[in-house]
Design a protein around this ligand. Structure first.
Ligand code: PLP
Length: 373
């Protein structure tokens, strides 16, 4: 059996090498390293993949969040509701606009934003009257889409927009619709280990609103007008270069197949682990993209050590909820308010996960997990 890797980027690179080289040589031949034809080709391919009417390629997942928030003119006095159990980029993006992050607890079964607690936090902010509820940013944790229908109902009651942080969930779906097309705005990341990963940084944004698309395109290019002659709003350099688009286009030729393989491996894990550990609950009608396969265990240090002995690497996403980070502590609510996230951060652990795990490796991992649990 080959050594088990937590993420395996090399096997796919070997498989796609000839096609990727051809694509990269085409960029070298035309020389349009910025805004080459690959950028629009990638955007149209992502639209077909997700069913979202408009896609825009950007420089990173973080930029996709920042540009979407800038596009809504977020600023001081605005409240943005985010789950506390996510990557720090979700919160950094809010703070970069000058808006205030309001932390929301997570659901103990799905690990995604807790809709009851969201409703409670929104009511509390509206009642206090200091901040205006403006936006909810659900995060599709580990690839599982958040509960968009119920979040939409809360957002609509308070005139808020929804921006999905789908950095981990491209390839997921809900009620027959793909991630990218589940709410008003979606941001995703092409960090190399994501379900669709570049060979460097990258990201994309999705919307059904042409007015939003046009603002985002301007912000992505320093806030200039279509002719790029005049600044019409504040912007930044959020472009995705032609080389990364070329790599992504080649990877997209196997993306749907890889997502199907991820699902098969997740099913094999779920069958193989039985009741030995607690799994992330996938609600009826939702399909995870399986960006990560994450379980909870009670004695995590011992569990990880036993798996390491059997050459099964594990990782923790995330060690601390955001409100426990020094940079975000000023926005922490009263002690005990975010109890599910507190509890989860001490118990979650992710198993090796990528579409190139062999059956023998999966069997070995399941066996090791069952024994260590
Ligand atoms: C939930 C979440 N949001 C945002 C990001 C930021 O994406 P990027 O690293 O491409 O800027 C990540 C990346 O890991 C993420 O997992």
């Amino acid at each position: 059996m080959d050594p088990i890797l937590f993420f395996d980027l090399k096997t796919q690179a070997k498989r796609l090498r000839a096609g990727i080289e051809k694509r990269l040589h085409a960029v070298l031949d035309h020389g349009a390293y910025i805004n080459g034809p690959e950028v629009a080709e990638l955007e149209r391919t992502l639209e077909r993949l997700t069913g979202a009417p408009h896609a825009l390629a950007v420089a990173s997942g973080t930029d996709s969040l920042v540009i979407a928030m800038m596009g809504e003119d977020l600023g001081p006095g605005d409240a943005v509701f985010i789950p506390t159990f996510t990557y720090n980029a979700t919160c950094n993006a809010v703070l970069m606009t000058g808006a205030t992050p309001v932390f929301v607890d997570v659901d103990p079964a799905t690990f995604n934003i807790n809709v009851e607690h969201l409703a409670h936090q929104v009511e509390a902010v509206a009642k206090a009257g200091k901040l205006k509820p403006r936006m909810v940013v659900p995060v599709d944790l580990y690839g599982l889409p958040a509960d968009y229908a119920r979040i939409e109902a809360i957002a609509a009651r308070h005139g808020m927009t929804i921006l999905a942080d789908a950095a981990q969930s491209l390839g997921g779906a809900q009620k027959g619709k793909s991630v990218g097309n589940l709410c008003a705005m979606t941001a995703t990341s092409f960090y190399p280990s994501k379900t669709l990963g570049a060979y460097g940084d990258g990201g994309a944004m999705f919307t059904n609103d042409p007015a939003r698309l046009s603002r985002w395109a301007s912000i992505r290019w320093h806030g200039t007008d279509d002719a790029r002659k005049e600044s019409v709003m504040v912007g930044l350099n959020g472009r995705l270069d032609s080389m990364q688009c070329a790599v992504l286009l080649e990877k997209l030729t196997v993306f749907t197949e890889e997502i199907a393989t991820r699902r098969r491996i997740a099913d094999a894990y779920r069958a193989g682990l039985g009741n030995a550990v607690t799994l992330q609950h996938v609600p009826e009608g939702s399909e995870s993209a399986w960006g990560l396969f994450t379980i909870t265990v009670e004695n995590r240090d011992r569990f990880q050590a036993e798996l390491a002995e059997k050459k099964v690497p594990t990782a923790i996403y995330y060690q601390k909820p955001l409100h426990r980070h020094r940079a975000f502590a000023p926005f922490a609510p009263r002690e005990g308010e975010l109890k599910h996230a507190e509890s989860l951060s001490g118990r979650i652990v992710s198993l090796p996960f990528h579409p190139y795990l062999s059956e023998a490796q999966i069997a070995h991992i399941c066996d090791a997990v069952r024994k260590a649990a």
